[in-house]
Design a protein around this ligand. Sequence first.
Ligand SMILES: *[C@@H]1O[C@H](CO)[C@@H](O)[C@H](O)[C@H]1NC(C)=O
Length: 108
Amino acid sequence: MNFLLQPDQQIGPPVKMSVKILSITLLLLSMCVCCHSSEGTRHRHPGLKPPCCVDITKGNKTADVVGETYREQAASGSCVKAIIFNTKDRKQLCADPDAQWVKDRKSC
Ligand SMILES: *[C@@H]1O[C@H](CO)[C@@H](O)[C@H](O)[C@H]1NC(C)=O
């Protein structure tokens, strides 16, 4: 039982504590770095390359489209020729310019 009072046993807990604090600090730091970097790429990405439609829907999405405005996209690189509508959930819908419902929607 005497060995419990040895000096190295007494400095044991503070060392463990600081390791814990250090790891928590590192964890928090890495979380911050993660958040910032993912936020950074999310904000930076559109600037580097404007988002464009690489695929179009041929299905009738009339019910999802909102607003009177649409955008025409020309084919270039991986972007395809498309009509871009706004949807209810503030997303952009890439539609087939030749689909009948798209033509109907454009005319109204
Ligand atoms: C698409 O659906 C809407 C209603 O959801 C309908 O009024 C319209 O006629 C449909 N268009 C085509 C081309 O099927």
